[in-house]
Write a new protein. Sequence first.
Length: 231
Amino acid sequence: MAKISGEAFAGASGAGTDPARPAWLADEIAAVHHLGTQIAVVVGGGNYVRGRQAESWGIERAEADEIGMLGTVMNALMLRGALTSRGAAEVRVMTAVAMQGIAEPFVRLRADRHLRAGRIVLLAGGTGQPYVTADYAAVQRALELSADALLVAKRGVDGVYDRDPRTHPGARRYAHLTYREAIARKLTVMDATAFVLAGEQGLLMHVFDVAAAGAMAAICEGRDLGTRITA
Ligand code: UDP
């Protein structure tokens, strides 16, 4: 299972979609699939809207969250388009909010069947509920689909560091962390509630740089890239 944030779809501004990005992501996902690994991807939508921006627009949080969930669907459809045009594999987009005519509703056992049949599954709409994020959906889906690991794509950073590497040149990357250490050191890996759930359930998480070519496939092959987080 992989989690790809909306920012991975955006150009330099961090907003909207840069057409080269879904194409890049599709190649990375196809490389994992090519290994014979079952792959599902939870797609974020932060390049369009984040629910916490609601206040600045003067709208209700739940409303902004619904718009945010639709953003995740747009990203997933772009990714489906890019994957399909490569002829990589059959692709299914499954959404947590019904999008009849565009995508299938998420049904755990059906997602499982698609994966077993060798299809790439793109999961959109987050959890379908407000006040949570696509990170939470990624952990939840990884658990309910019994994923071996959750690969967390980051942009501009190749793992978890002791300090922000963008502002601290001497920052050190952790090759391995436990959930307990990450929480005690206040290291921000993802949305805190999602991270706590992953820790409670002992989900293997692997943080990597989405801009590093072949990183996802290399991790699936057992290469020790980025940061591995374990129970
Ligand atoms: N969202 C939500 N429920 C979910 C997943 C997402 O309400 O289960 C909304 C939330 O407003 C979030 C936005 O969709 O800010 C975009 O998703 P997110 O910010 O998690 O995407 P990412 O940061 O991964 O791009």
